[in-house]
Design a protein around this ligand. Structure first.
Ligand code: DQA
Length: 141
């Protein structure tokens, strides 16, 4: 079982970026937590990009290479028709995750363009959203 974690723009800044909202863990800390939780259960691949096109390409390439994609699309969640189209087109199940509760934040964050084409959405649990993302991925294959 393979799970591919994709991380969108500015998530490389976790730890220093608005810690009151996103917490103090870095993306590397989160990755190592996910890897330990997955030990003996799933093979993990973890990627981050600030580029919309890279995220689209990774979703396109996931078919046949991974069993589930777990994605924190960050700002592209609310803007990217291209990412939504890529998720709609793939036969790989995709789980949407967010550190913060996007529904309790600014109005523009409350709409996720990708939510309707994902299997489900986990948000608001901080770094635990990644762990719950992994657990949900394990139920999908
Ligand atoms: C985020 C929420 C998004 O609205 C924001 O643009 C992010 C992070 C989250 O994990 O809470 O960059 O996806």
């Amino acid at each position: 079982m393979k799970v591919l974690f994709l991380n969108g723009p500015n998530l490389n800044l976790l730890g220093q970026r608005q810690p009151e909202i996103y917490g103090e863990s870095t993306l590397a800390d989160i990755e190592s937590g996910v890897r330990s939780q997955a030990e003996g259960r799933a093979e993990i691949e973890f990627r981050q990009s600030n580029d919309e096109g890279a995220l689209v390409t990774w979703v396109q390439e996931a078919s046949g290479q991974t069993d589930v994609v777990v994605i924190n699309a960050a700002g592209y969640t609310h803007t990217s028709v291209a990412l939504r189209d890529a998720i709609a087109a793939t036969d790989v199940p995709v789980v949407e995750i967010h550190l913060s509760n996007i529904h309790a934040r600014e109005e523009f964050r409350q709409n996720s363009l990708i939510a309707p084409v994902c299997c489900g959405q986990i948000c608001g649990f901080g770094t635990a959203s990644y762990m719950l993302g992994l657990e949900s991925a394990l139920t999908l294959k």
